[in-house]
Design a protein around this ligand. Structure first.
Ligand code: PAF
Length: 304
């Protein structure tokens, strides 16, 4: 299977790297020439807890050099999804499956402007990874991968992709209810990302203090209410436990939003907590805790 990863930051490199261990034609597409050159000359190095792994996906900044692929996995920041698809249109044929394992709300709608709904897989990952230097990432936390068709019921094809991810080392489950899947991941990010970014702490620190556990809980319960108003039902307290479980499992990780703040990059606050505030507004569900988190992160983005 010919596979391209669109956006080879830490998470894209993690998935692309391990997929290249089980498939011959795996390409990482990224805008960073330095990262691409480092991978093509010395391989991609993944620092695991107890060892270093060197893998050899092919990397490029030019999607037109790759041509159409069977599977494109999107890993760019959620506010760049539309632009990334436009730039990588050379990868997309009639039958290309596009899978989003991104954070944030609204990715599927943006992807659907470039490929048929039947070819889109939505997914979630609870892995944590960070970029250390060009060609080198740290795999800081493991978790499950869940995938599901947006609008298709071809079990063989999706099971084939799940099997591929499993062979690459990712514990993967196929889900029927994709909306629930997307909301569940969104709520995990709602609880962890902004709070770790504001406090500049690793995920596990959120579980050490009553104050952070309380804010996490309130932000998650608001999101659960908004999800319910949008048609995705979750048990609030169960969801709080789930989010805390992910913070524990990825405890050593600096969340993607914290990494963005540290590296002075634009964050995904608008498509995470911001999406809760927006969707809450549409359904008249109050979201005061998420509003404060949005304002804090936006203010952090503006600080010199
Ligand atoms: O965005 C992130 O950092 C990740 O989705 C997660 C699972 C919260 C781990 O840090």
């Amino acid at each position: 299977m010919k596979i391209a990863i669109i956006g080879a930051g830490a998470m894209g490199s993690l998935y692309g790297g391990y997929l290249s261990g089980v498939e011959d034609e795996v390409f990482l597409v990224d805008i960073s020439q330095e990262h691409v050159d480092a991978i093509n000359s010395g391989g991609l190095i993944i620092e695991e807890k107890d060892r270093e792994v060197r893998l050899h996906p092919r990397a490029t900044t030019k999607p037109e050099d790759i041509g159409q692929v069977d599977l494109a996995i999107v890993f760019v920041k959620s506010f760049l999804t539309g632009k990334a698809l436009e730039k990588n249109v050379a990868l997309l044929g009639q039958d290309t499956i596009v899978m989003s394992l991104q954070n944030g709300y609204g990715n599927i709608d943006q992807i659907a402007e470039y490929v048929r709904q039947e070819n889109i897989i939505a997914g979630t990952t609870s892995h944590g990874a960070s970029m250390l230097s060009p060609g080198r990432i740290r795999h800081a936390g493991t978790g499950d991968t869940h995938i599901g068709w947006v609008s298709n019921d071809d079990e063989d094809r999706i099971n084939g992709i799940a099997g591929l991810l499993r062979r690459a080392g990712f514990v993967t489950a196929v889900e029927k209810n994709v909306m629930e899947l997307v909301w569940s991941k969104l709520i995990i990010n709602v609880g962890i990302n902004a709070l770790t970014a504001v406090l500049r702490v690793r995920n596990k620190e959120l579980l050490r203090m009553d104050e952070t556990k309380d804010i996490l809980r309130r932000a998650v319960l608001e999101a659960v209410e908004v999800a319910a108003a949008s048609g995705a039902e979750f048990d609030g307290e169960e969801m709080v436990r789930k989010v805390m479980g992910v913070a524990f499992a990825t405890g050593e990780n600096s969340s993607s939003m914290l990494q963005d703040i540290i590296n002075r990059r634009k964050t995904e606050i608008d498509t995470i907590n911001g999406a809760i505030v927006r969707e809450g507004g549409k359904h008249s569900v109050g979201t005061p805790v998420n509003s404060v988190l949005v304002n804090l992160v936006r203010a952090l983005e503006k600080l010199e």
